[in-house]
Design a protein around this ligand. Structure first.
Ligand code: UD1
Length: 418
């Protein structure tokens, strides 16, 4: 099993180009089932994307990957379609459940493995199923599978989600795409990745509009052929590298971004005292001379993302005073804390809140990655710590970060795979 070895305290300088968003690519890949001939650009070639490609191939799509261009060509001739998403492909990547909406919308039936829990929480799919049922699907759960059917096709309706879910909003949009008439979704997630999915579907022939937390989907009657779409940048990858720059950057320039999606995160970092200089589509960041404490709560977009909480916590360990993070989205998302404490951080957890007392001198240690974002927080801690940090189980990292060690090495970090 591969490990990452980091020799800390090396100042970083250079350029980092942000990859396409994993969380945008996954629902858009699920949406390609709805089309016939599609080319996607700026796709991050990380493990979760390969798992989704495998799932689409299993369903019957043909996919050509251009690794050097980060592009995918996806063909669906609607022949020999298997409306099944098997356990072995959904268990490692929950986003596999998103093919449910597309398969039901286009082929009126689907059998998709229940994704089950994962390290960060129980992560149910009740909200996904609630939306599909309201659209007219008959749903049974049998032998660990969701068996869904809509013999006469789905019908547009109004659905109000009892709470906000990214995945359920995406699945509902995909299912409603070809449902008869108009669908109105209320209390939706409106993450930039959802906007990207809607833009893609509108290119495919859809008529979907987003208003604050409401999304209106008018039935798509004619699918367009030969669609080309460029995936938006990964705002979580951006947040991770800007925090690396704030921790130990001499001067890092981060490119390939769009400010309109990351205003809130940039404001929080500025409040902490991080010096950020904006240029047209990049930012320049350097180690903050003095970091201030701050309190944040994770919330659905435009609130602070749960996917950036672990990384911000590392920055808080270097800030003067007591900072707090309240995690409102997932119930078990502080698994990086015991590992950060082993590296010298002073953190206490009570219920949903982590209290971080800083600044702490971090020292290298052998640590264990537990999930995607927790693993990258250990990389950040390793970069700023004295001596050597070894991170085990880095397959978590490879699920979502494209060439992380190469990108950091280009900025003079001493990081290698062993
Ligand atoms: C997506 C992101 C993930 C991010 C999360 C929150 C992808 C591939 N993953 O995950 O990186 O951390 O949004 O921003 O885009 N819930 C229910 N019932 C449901 C669905 C969700 O109770 O049917 C709960 C979850 O347990 C969680 C909360 O709703 O507490 C939000 O989850 P959700 O927004 O659905 O996250 P995902 O779409 O799984």
């Amino acid at each position: 099993m591969q490990k990452l070895l980091i020799k800390g305290k090396q100042q970083l300088s250079g350029k980092i180009s942000i990859s396409g968003s994993k969380n945008s690519s996954l629902p858009i890949l699920a949406a390609t089932i709805l089309g016939n001939s599609i080319k996607l650009f700026n796709v991050p070639l990380v493990k979760d994307i390969f798992t989704m490609i495998e799932l689409l191939k299993f369903i019957g799509l043909t996919i050509k990957i251009s690794k050097d261009k980060n592009s995918l060509e996806i063909l669906n001739n609607d022949k020999n379609i298997n409306t099944l998403a098997p356990y072995k492909l959904v268990k490692t990547m929950r986003a596999g459940v998103l093919v449910l909406g597309s398969l039901l919308s286009k082929y009126q039936k689907a059998k998709v493995s229940l994704p089950g829990g994962c390290a960060i929480g129980t992560r149910p799919v009740d909200l996904h199923l609630l939306a599909l049922k309201k659209l007219g699907a008959k749903i049974k759960i049998k032998n660990g599978y969701i068996i869904a059917e809509a013999k006469k096709g789905l019908r547009g309706t109004t659905i109000k989600f009892p709470s906000i879910s990214v995945g359920a909003t995406e699945n509902a949009i995909l299912a409603a795409f070809q449902a008869k008439g108009k669908t109105i979704l209320k209390n939706c997630a409106t993450e930039p990745e959802i906007k990207d999915l809607v833009q893609f579907l509108n290119r495919l022939g859809g008529n979907i509009k987003i208003f604050s937390r409401k999304i209106i989907i008018n039935e798509c009657k004619k699918i367009k052929n030969k669609i080309r779409h460029k995936i938006i940048f990964d705002r979580i990858e951006f947040g991770t590298y800007i925090i690396a720059g704030a921790l130990i950057g001499k001067k890092i320039s981060i490119n390939n971004i769009n400010f309109s999606y990351i205003k809130n995160e940039i404001n929080i970092l500025k409040k902490m005292g991080v010096k950020i200089k904006k240029t047209k589509n990049s930012v320049i960041v350097a180690k903050a001379k003095k970091l201030n404490k701050i309190n944040i709560s994770t919330k659905p977009y435009p609130g602070f993302p749960t996917d950036l909480q672990a990384q911000l916590m590392v920055l808080m360990t270097q800030a003067k005073g007591t900072s707090k993070i309240k995690e409102n989205i997932f119930e078990n998302r502080f698994m990086h804390v015991p590992e950060l404490k082993r590296m010298g951080a002073n953190i206490k957890i009570k219920n949903k809140t982590a209290t971080i007392q800083g600044p702490s001198k971090l020292t290298g240690a052998e640590v264990m990655a537990t999930d995607l974002r927790a693993s990258v927080s250990l990389v950040l801690a390793g970069l700023v710590a004295d001596n050597r940090t070894i991170i085990n189980r880095i397959y978590h990292l490879d699920r979502g970060y494209e060439r992380l060690d190469k990108k950091l090495r280009k900025c003079n970090a001493k990081i290698s795979r062993i």
